[in-house]
Design a protein around this ligand. Sequence first.
Ligand code: GLU
Length: 303
Amino acid sequence: MDYQHLLERIAADVAPLIGSGTPAEYIPALAGVDPRRFGMAIADLEGNVFGTGDWRVPFSTQSITKVFALALALAEGGDSLWERVGREPSGNPFNSLVQLEYENGIPRNPFINAGALVVTDRLQTLTGDASSELLDFLRQESGNPDIGFDAEVAASEHEHGDRNAAVAHFMASYGNIDNPVPALLDHYFWQCSIEMTCADLALAARFLARHGLRSDGSRLLTRSEAKQINAVMMTCGTYDAAGEFAYRVGLPGKSGVGGGIIAVVPGRCTLAVWSPGLDAQGNSVAGAAALDRFTTLTGLSVF
Ligand code: GLU
């Protein structure tokens, strides 16, 4: 398949949507990003990467990193993690507290903030330094040693992090957090602040298309675990619009409020797209449209 030609076609098709929506406003570091940015990359299983637009411009990955943290926590600690976090869509906003009380401090899934905090807590217990472990992994899988944290975003997350702190303390009261909450929040905010390009993300996510194999050919996850993560991305990866995303795109995907979305075609390729304008659910307007065009033009969905 001529991915380069395909990407140019997709970029042209979604051009009228670039700039639609609103960049995330909850921290100044994100609100100031130019909404007219658009980039998209595709990585094949061999590690060739193709791109269009701003595909080599770093942006704030935010919740996309939840996928990688989950993969590392499963790889290091196995599926006892699922005793502490569920795998059902929540039907509530990503930072909601209400459901947690009804469900005794067990978050619905690893991609809402509560679930991601449990995953990071587990990774912290397993490795002693969750955010550095994650950063090292992303650097290795993408082949880009320059991937780093954005200290301004991390500080901003802290400053506006009362709700995440509340969620973490609440779960701790149910015994579902092992580490001191302030240390856990540090690691979680660093994790959210990681900056990567579309090229980096598409390359780093390849283990999900390679049924659990890392870029060097070693095994990170069993085939079954890779399937599980893809399944949870499909059902829970795009906030309260996972049903709509599955309907339109038909691929496992994970979005972040920085405007990025990754998507996986198992056995074939990975995609990453970035455009900061978000819809009401927090998903990139042009990004979701670009992935929609990808599956429409190629027929490469999981259905
Ligand atoms: N750093 C964000 C938060 O925890 C993550 C937002 C997101 O991308 O969903 O509030």
